[in-house]
Design a binder for this molecule. Structure first.
Ligand SMILES: Cc1ncc(COP(=O)(O)O)c(C=O)c1O
Length: 401
């Protein structure tokens, strides 16, 4: 077997199952899961109709690079959403559909990491935020690289300080994952930080994989989160060199089961990544592609989605603010809050007493030099319907009171 498989960490939900094992909640109140970030709002009707009307496409092998109509719809969406210049995103060179960002975030590292020819040389580094979406780490390990965790914690408003990453780390790095809006904090990387990142990535010849899969879930009274292509464009980097962004319909359009997203950016990198993907074999079936076109072309359902999340944050924060320092995230659908103690104990007791599952922060992070940025924090996904989120918040408040 590949020895690197043994380096993979258990997934957060395996640890959670262990934490809850053997506990029978003392309440008869129904179980509410705040642990998994699986959207529960209804998928858009336009997408369901497109799926029903395109089922005949199952009779054909799909192309790995996807139908041009899908790539065009994605290029148009990117142009509208991130105020790019018409024609700047070339659907033939800058866009590739992927079967959800999870597989793409993983396979991207497999395609781009160059292993040292000298077996005694140190492994290349893949930089990633801490806490983080665990796929980044698994992707680095199975690509034969070493993860380097840069902190995104409360001392820095959950934002990365790219200039604090030592030069010798940058020198060994080949790839950096960034996540904005962040999972779990919802923090949005600002222009100044992205500019620093681009300067450092250029200096050290490092590729940037920007996971933007929460970019459409934001408070619609505020400015939409900026994307890295948008910032590159503002800086005059119209070839998107060294940048690949990852987007998904899972959160934006409540279609996690569709497995549809895209990567966009550096044409030279994507050409090679397409080559890799041809062998990997993750082409999207034609009905999935047609459904995706309908979803990317419609913003009405996304606005509705944002409205639902805003209502949930309003209601839940009203209930929880007197007992927890919970605050509204810049974007995304998670409450990431300090619980003032051992968060694993908090989650265990919350389940035992209130039949509510939340995710301990430490299951999303790694301790570096004895400091674990997830310790003391809990992630709660407001994905359930409003009434369930309110019920959960009231039970958490009762639990804490
Ligand atoms: C930060 C982040 N990136 C990527 C994904 C993967 O989403 P999908 O594969 O559904 O596009 C998730 C899913 O929860 C996530 O939280």
């Amino acid at each position: 077997m590949n020895p690197d498989l043994a380096r993979l960490h258990p997934y957060p939900f395996e640890k959670l199952a262990e934490l809850k094992a053997g506990i029978t909640p003392t309440t008869t109140a129904k179980h509410i899961a705040l642990s998994i970030g699986e959207p529960q709002h209804a998928p858009p009707a336009v997408a369901m109709t497109a799926m029903a009307e395109s089922l005949g496409g199952l009779a054909r092998y799909p192309l790995t690079r996807g139908e041009r109509s899908l790539r065009q719809a994605i290029a148009d969406w990117l142009t509208r959403r991130f105020s790019l210049t018409a024609g700047q995103v070339d659907p033939d060179r800058h866009v590739l559909p992927v079967a959800g960002t999870r597989e793409a975030l993983f396979s991207f590292a497999q395609a781009v990491i160059a292993k040292p020819t000298d077996p005694t040389a140190p492994r290349p580094l893949v930089l990633m935020p801490n806490p983080f979406y665990q796929i980044y780490e698994g992707a680095a390990l199975l690509a034969g690289a070493e993860p380097y965790y840069y902190p995104t914690d409360a001392t820095n408003d959950f934002l990365p300080d790219f200039s604090a990453i030592p030069a010798e780390i940058w020198a060994r790095a080949q790839l950096i994952y960034v996540c904005s809006p962040g999972n779990p904090s919802g923090a949005v990387i600002d222009r100044a930080r992205y500019q620093t990142l681009l300067t450092l990535a250029d200096r050290h010849d490092v590729l940037i994989a920007a996971d933007e899969c929460y970019s459409e879930i934001y408070d619609d009274r505020a400015v939409p989160p900026a994307g890295l292509l948008e910032i590159a464009h503002e800086l005059g980097r119209n070839d998107f060199s060294r940048i690949v962004v990852f987007h998904s319909l899972s959160k934006r359009s409540n279609l996690p089961g569709l497995r549809s997203g895209f990567v966009a950016g550096d044409a030279t990198v994507l050409e090679q990544y397409l080559r890799y993907r041809t062998y990997q074999g993750c082409a999207l079936s034609l009905p999935v592609q047609m459904t995706s076109i309908a979803a990317w072309n419609d913003e009405h359902h996304v606005q509705e989605n944002r409205r639902h999340y805003r209502e949930k944050f309003d209601a839940v924060l009203d209930i929880l603010s007197p007992v927890l320092p919970a605050r509204r995230p810049n974007a995304g659908f998670y409450l990431w809050t300090d619980v003032g103690g051992d968060e694993r104990e908090f989650c265990r007791a919350l389940f035992a007493e209130q039949n509510i599952t939340a995710l301990p922060g430490r299951y999303l992070s790694r301790a570096v030099d004895g400091v674990d940025p997830g310790a003391g924090f809990v992630r709660m996904a407001l994905v359930a319907e409003l009434a369930d989120c309110v019920d959960a918040a009231q039970r958490i408040r009762a639990f804490l009171s």
